[in-house]
Design a protein around this ligand. Structure first.
Ligand SMILES: NC(=O)c1ccc[n+]([C@@H]2O[C@H](COP(=O)([O-])OP(=O)(O)OC[C@H]3O[C@@H](n4cnc5c(N)ncnc54)[C@H](OP(=O)(O)O)[C@@H]3O)[C@@H](O)[C@H]2O)c1
Length: 287
């Protein structure tokens, strides 16, 4: 049985779909708290079950007969360590063959604040003796579409200097996860995953080309970026994490090699094509 945690979320859902292209639905279990959003999968014979990282009994129940598990990192940064320890404890009680954990690029060495809980989770899996592969995902390219409208109006700000960021689409990370779970990965594998990279100045220039206007990039200090984001209404803690991650990008912690392309057996979706499509749909006049 393939068990997917976080299947109610954007990445997990895509992994379920990628798995259904590879294995029978009767061998796939999709889990999360909001199982109501998985009704269509149940209709397609996927085993839909509730699992909550705060509820160890639910975790033991969904993992009991698991052969291969996708462990999607949780979204609650305050509770993440306890929640992930609960997931690892439940996995350690099983005879699971392989667990794939969605970590972050260079988790073991990165000094980004966001990397700390991922590095800790990687250590938990190791300490518990759970056979696992690490899917160290870079940024989601999808998220760069969320700020396009504002950036084409006011320009882009950041603190990543000339650091290169190597994002990929959730769809590409999801397909890579399905491939890793179905034979592409083996215990001990570490995949540093991301697509072709850009500096923020290159990204701003490409957005400008796609939008037909100049989009400038302004590099700020980490405190200045944090302050500007807070001023724009972003909660202080999140603003700090965003600015710290951009500092990490400047130091090279969000750069990747060709692991994603090798796992996929094809090139990742190019960021330039993604940005042009996103600008077209973001700036398209409403019909
Ligand atoms: N690489 C990046 O750029 C990037 C960006 C943002 C996040 N991330 C990380 O990547 C993960 C997946 O991304 P995504 O886009 O799929 O996020 P998402 O759409 O917000 O999905 C998060 C998933 O985590 C599940 N989850 C959260 N807390 C849980 C809990 N206590 N028990 C069980 N499940 C829980 C949610 O399920 P329910 O709510 O149904 O329980 C949901 O399925 C995120 O959780 C986050 O750790 C990465």
């Amino acid at each position: 049985m393939y068990v997917i945690t976080g299947a109610t979320g954007a990445l997990g859902r895509l992994v379920v779909e990628a798995l259904l292209d590879r294995v029978p639905a009767s061998e796939v279990r999709a889990t999360g708290r909001r199982t109501e959003v998985l009704a269509d999968l149940a209709d397609r014979s996927v085993d839909v079950r509730r699992a909550d990282y705060d509820d160890p009994a639910s975790l033991r129940s969904v993992f009991a007969d698991a052969d291969r598990v996708l462990f999607v990192s949780g979204t609650d940064h305050e509770k993440r360590l306890d929640q992930h320890q609960a997931v690892v404890n439940a996995l350690a009680e099983t005879s699971v063959e392989l667990v794939a954990y969605t970590s972050i690029l260079h988790a073991a060495t990165s000094d980004m604040v966001l990397a700390r809980s991922h590095a800790a989770t990687e250590r938990m899996l190791l300490a518990a003796g759970v056979p696992h592969v690490l899917l160290r995902n870079g940024w989601y390219l999808d998220n760069f579409a969320l700020t396009l409208a504002a950036e084409t109006e006011r320009g882009m700000i950041g603190a990543s200097g000339t650091g290169r960021i190597h994002p990929a689409t959730r769809a590409d990370y999801a397909e890579a996860a399905a491939i890793a779970l179905t034979g592409g990965g083996a215990p001990g594998d570490v995949f540093e995953l991301g697509g072709p990279g850009f500096t923020r100045a290159e990204l701003a220039a490409e957005i400008g080309r796609a939008a037909g206007r100049d989009v400038a990039y302004t590099d700020l200090s980490v405190p200045a970026l944090t302050k500007t984001l807070v001023g724009a209404g972003i909660p202080e803690r999140l603003a700090g994490l965003i600015a710290d991650s951009d500092r990490g990008a400047a130091a090279g912690w969000l750069a990747a090699g060709d692991d994603l392309e090798r796992l996929l057996g094809r090139p990742a979706e190019p960021w330039t094509a993604f940005i042009h499509a996103a600008v077209r749909s973001t700036l398209a006049p409403a019909s």
